[in-house]
Write a protein of this length. Structure first.
Length: 404
């Protein structure tokens, strides 16, 4: 259970979170008011605001840049005086697009509070998480003599693009640490702690036909028609029963995009399918690759006179699940129980950055945070009353990990 000797008891962490509540709200509102849509807005303004907030509290931060010099994230480290591993609190500061702004009740960056709810893009995913983590860090900075190891704040601004540039720069860059014991990702949602997720095996299938004039006397195999045949075969594919008590999610195959053809007068000789396969512990990356190869060959054999389909692998992330006795998992679940909240551990269907970290053998939880509505949608908002509870739980968990 949570260590309650002199620094992390239920009442202490709740009292600290209650004391910080208005400050967390204020910082969240400031961050929401700065547009930081992934791949659209510049990221420097939101990072400058957060680094300035940390600097005002004597916490130094480092801006992360990728190989091209583009800004991809920000880190801040609280080092204990005793040796030990690093634990990371991670949240993204870039956001989803606004969508139809006229459909919003309030402007996406207005950061309006109504009836206890804070509206705005990124309020849930995950600027409130970043604000909570910053306040936990300021608390830990006053007790470094008790800490064994260090706590790192990692704020990615290349997450909603799907590139995870900040995380990749930190965990795989030239100065990447080799002692990260685990990562807690501040995605929103109070009802569950995500302790695993299905992996992904994503490919582009380049399907070939034979080009000709569509109005000519000779008919040639159309890449689009062959692709339609392949889509039917893929959609009807039966994946091996991969669910188990340990990993209850089954595998899944979905054709997500089709590209091919131009105009009206050419029988197309190339069409590309995007295929997303969700993998599990019992239906892994190799199983997905074998299945796709088999199905593609089946269609190629039925279309003589065309080149074989080219399978181009795009993304491969393993499925992951934390063991029941995982230190990271138990620290958060025990902290929640101590604070009086029952949290259910869950294996998620969608993949997340935890899958990327699993590929690096770094344990991660990928989702426990404030109560929300409208994630990535119109009128995204968070319930402000849930902030202290979330902060207290993460605070207690971090103390358990850093003050064993």
């Amino acid at each position: 259970m949570v260590n309650t000797i002199d620094h992390g008891g239920e009442h202490d962490v709740l009292a600290a979170a209650t004391e910080d509540h208005e400050s967390v709200i204020a910082l969240t509102r400031e961050l929401v008011a700065i547009p930081s849509r992934g791949g659209i807005d510049p990221y420097e303004p939101v990072l400058n605001r957060l680094s300035g907030w940390l600097e005002q509290r004597n916490l130094a931060s480092t801006v992360l840049k990728d190989k091209t010099g583009a800004t991809v994230g920000l880190t801040c480290e609280i080092r204990g005086t005793r040796p030990g591993p690093r634990w990371v609190l991670d949240a993204c500061l870039d956001t989803a697009p606004f969508g139809d702004e006229t459909a919003w009740t309030y402007a996406p960056t207005a950061a309006i509070i109504v009836d206890g709810w804070l509206f705005g893009r990124g309020s849930a995913d995950s600027k409130s998480g970043a604000a909570i983590f910053c306040h936990i860090a300021t608390r830990l900075a006053t007790m470094t003599h008790q800490l064994r190891g260090s706590l790192v704040l990692l704020f990615d601004v290349d997450e909603h693009t799907g590139a995870f540039g900040g995380a990749k720069r930190y965990f795989e860059g030239p100065d990447a640490p080799d002692d990260v014991a685990g990562v807690m990702i501040g995605y929103p949602g109070m009802d569950k702690l995500v302790v695993g997720g299905r992996g992904v095996h994503r490919v582009k299938l380049h399907v070939h036909g034979v080009a000709s004039h569509s109005g000519g006397s000779k008919t040639t195999p159309s890449a689009i028609e062959k692709s339609a045949n392949l889509v039917r075969v893929l959609s009807a594919a039966e994946l091996a029963d991969s669910a188990s008590s340990e990993f209850p999610m089954a595998g899944k195959l979905t054709v997500t995009a089709i590209e091919g053809g131009q105009g009206y007068s050419v029988t197309p000789d190339l069409c590309t399918l995007h295929v997303d396969v969700r993998t599990t512990r019992n239906f892994d990356d190799e199983d997905a690759a074998r299945l796709l190869k088999h199905l593609v060959a089946q269609v190629d054999d039925a279309w003589p006179g065309t080149q074989p389909t080219l399978i181009q692998v795009d993304t491969r992330w393993p499925a992951f699940s934390l063991a029941e006795d995982s230190l990271l998992r138990t620290a958060i679940l025990d902290a929640a129980t101590t604070v009086g909240v029952e949290v259910e551990p869950k294996i998620a269907g969608p993949s997340n950055i935890g899958n990327y970290l699993a590929g690096l053998n770094i344990p991660a939880t990928a989702g426990f945070g404030v109560d929300y509505v409208g994630l990535h949608g119109t009128d995204e908002r968070i319930r402000l009353a849930t902030i202290p509870t979330i902060q207290a739980i993460y605070h207690a968990a971090v103390l358990t990990l850093l003050c064993p």
